[in-house]
Design a protein around this ligand. Structure first.
Ligand code: NAG
Ligand code: NAG
Ligand code: NAG
Ligand code: NAG
Ligand code: NAG
Ligand code: NAG
Ligand code: NAG
Length: 548
């Protein structure tokens, strides 16, 4: 057979290991299969032991950022919000640690503390079709507001925002003291919820556009202002390097650069010495005035990469200074800071977005970003879940009668898949795999240096409108194990199955649905046995998780 002849010839050029022989043979076998069946065939090299370039893969890689105005809805007021708790617990059960929770965002800069308010009072502008769930214009909170942190899962690490937009030291100090008081309370301590960080100011690089500072406000003035507010905050709240520290930057984009504030000496100021984490925000598009944003342009391996490699210099700088680098992200951006957009219908709330989340979060991790905080708000389109029932459509604000119960949205499945990929070892590392297809990405996870899992994502968009245009495309992936260790023969796999990229529901992971009244999975687990010599077939708009 020609195939075997060629394989033997390659073999002769290399270390005469039986394993390698199998590998070479398989690669060619799939090439033959490709010619015969005209399915696209891809050979992917899978290292059995972690390459030195592998990055740490945090158990809290997928974490959440909550819009502060409706925090009580997420947490619960008289008792915990069972839906929130259950949805987060599914993830904690898989990775061993609950997702981190940051509360703040735009509304952090519209919040004031008052001694006479019990929990919170917020005023909201009227909804409209583009923004069915607008953010509060003002929020007044009391001590009880921060104490709701007791309703998070045990082991949750939190970040709380402090108002910098108002430029009022007294108010910033009041907020910080109230936050510290809550985390020192018996209820929050018993709940084993801890405060890691305070963030003084959200997206301050947009203040000059949204009226929180004059339009000629400079990065030098930002640094001075930040030190002037954060200094008293740090002192009043007794922040210290062994306890609660500060999150730096949290910029919306490139308005101010991390390198600029470092060059301006922010890190050598008293509060700057408490910065342990550099945070940046990243959105891949802008939907503020509505419009038709094609889902296909989002399901793009190239765009995911170009949106993230942008941050490489920042990541390198942060790491060289011993700082963590995290990203707060979502699928849309309030470009001018006038109206927050909360996602685009037909993109952010779709099954295709779930695939985007998987590729995006794992790509970020492969670049050395510790955590990705996906932004969530009540009724926002890009949410992983809606924690309360809603009586207005998140898509166009039309009345929902009866109201729609609390539910998970497609991106939630991405969190479950990524959690499973990470596992609970605490020693997981990640590398991206080279996959020579512009729509297919792949990653490998190692525990204690040994290959444990791989994920492949086929971003080729199969839309509802694709039905009737021919058969659904797929790729055939063959594995080329690179190492002298014993090559595994079989593995178990779970698929993230999606009917259409533009579906808003009906996904399953490993045969199970999370679209239930309490976010608990329904249906039996479907796990396939993969013959690693045969490889796998992966349909357009599908992801697969393989456990070796
Ligand atoms: C398998 O991997 C090895 C090492 O990376 C590489 O030299 C070889 O070309 C690969 N073979 C195929 C068929 O991809
Ligand atoms: C600053 O905040 C404090 C406390 O909320 C308030 O009493 C004071 O009036 C504010 N100062 C200004 C200039 O707004
Ligand atoms: C910025 O603008 C204000 C008026 O809004 C003006 O008073 C101030 O001098 C300007 N500062 C600089 C540095 O141009
Ligand atoms: C980011 O992603 C979006 C959507 O996929 C794309 O349109 C845009 O060009 C990307 N931006 C950059 C800077 O790569
Ligand atoms: C939705 O519920 C809120 C609060 O319960 C109420 O104020 C509002 O009128 C309701 N909206 C619709 C469209 O039913
Ligand atoms: C990638 O997917 C897009 C649809 O999302 C499709 O138009 C394109 O042909 C695909 N490219 C390859 C190489 O399969
Ligand atoms: C496998 O390769 C590594 C280096 O890549 C080497 O240290 C080890 O001794 C080899 N093991 C065997 C059994 O050949």
């Amino acid at each position: 057979m020609v195939v075997t002849d060629v394989a033997s010839r390659i073999l002769a050029l290399r270390d005469p290991s039986g394993n390698l022989f199998v590998v070479m043979y398989l690669g060619l076998k799939f090439f033959a299969l490709f010619c015969a069946a005209s399915a696209s065939a891809l050979d992917v090299s899978l290292p059995l032991s972690a390459p030195s370039a592998a990055q740490e893969l945090s158990q809290t890689l997928i974490s959440f950022s909550l819009e502060q105005d409706r925090w009580p809805d997420w947490a619960g007021v008289d008792s915990r919000n069972e839906f929130t708790y259950s949805a987060l617990k599914n993830l904690a059960d898989i990775t061993g640690i609950p997702p981190k929770i940051r509360v703040g965002a735009n509304s952090e800069d519209h919040t004031v503390w008052s001694p006479t308010v019990t929990i919170s009072q917020a005023s909201f502008p009227p909804p409209n079709t583009i923004t069915p769930y607008p953010e509060a214009t003002s929020i007044v909170v009391g001590d009880g507001y921060y104490a709701l942190s007791q309703f998070m899962l045990p082991g949750t690490h939190m970040t709380w925002g402090v108002n910098f937009g108002l430029d009022n030291v007294t108010n910033a100090v009041n907020m910080a003291k109230s936050i510290i008081k809550a985390f020192g309370s018996a209820a929050v301590k018993q709940a084993q919820v801890t405060l890691d960080l305070m963030e003084v100011g959200n997206e301050a690089d947009l203040y000059k556009n949204n009226g929180l500072r004059p339009s000629n406000w400079t990065v030098q003035q930002y640094v001075n202002d930040w030190i002037a507010i954060s200094g008293p905050v740090a002192q009043a709240a007794d922040l210290n390097p062994q306890g609660v520290t500060l999150q730096g930057a949290s910029f919306a984009g490139q308005g101010f650069k991390v390198s600029q504030i470092i060059d301006l000496g922010i890190l050598s100021s008293a509060p700057g010495k408490l910065i342990t984490t550099i945070s940046q925000h990243r959105y891949s598009g802008a939907f503020c005035s509505g419009g038709d944003f094609p889902l296909i342009s989002f399901m793009s391996k190239a765009s995911v990469r170009s949106n993230l490699t942008l941050w490489k210099p920042d990541i390198t700088t942060a790491h060289s200074l011993g700082l963590r680098y995290i990203l707060g992200i979502a699928t849309s951006l309030s470009e001018t800071g006038s109206i927050a957009c909360h996602g685009a219908p037909g993109v952010s709330n779709t099954a295709g977005a779930a695939l985007w989340v998987i590729d995006y979060a794992l790509q970020a991790a492969s670049l050395g970003i510790t955590e990705t905080f996906f932004h969530e708000g009540i009724g926002f389109k890009y949410n992983f879940f809606q924690p309360i029932s809603l009586n207005r459509s998140t898509i166009d604000g039309s009345p929902l009668n009866p109201p729609q119960p609390a539910r998970v949205q497609p991106s939630y499945y991405a969190a479950i898949l990524v959690a499973t990929f990470i596992g609970n070892s605490g020693s997981t590392r990640i590398v991206e795999l080279a996959v020579s297809d512009s729509n297919v990405s792949g990653y490998a996870a190692f525990e204690n240096g040994v290959l444990k899992r791989a994920v492949f994502i086929n971003l080729h968009a199969w839309l509802a409108s694709s039905e009737g245009t021919g058969s659904r495309p797929s790729v055939q992936i063959g594995f080329n194990f690179t190492s002298n260790a014993t090559i595994p023969q079989s593995a178990k796999a779970k698929r993230l199955e999606i009917q259409h990229a533009d579906d808003l529901q009906g996904l399953t992971f490993g045969g199970q649905s999370y679209e239930t009244s309490n976010a608990q999975p329904s249906g039996g687990v479907v796990e396939e046995t993969v013959d690693l010599q045969q490889g796998i077939e992966l349909s357009a708009t599908e992801a697969i998780l393989i456990a070796f």
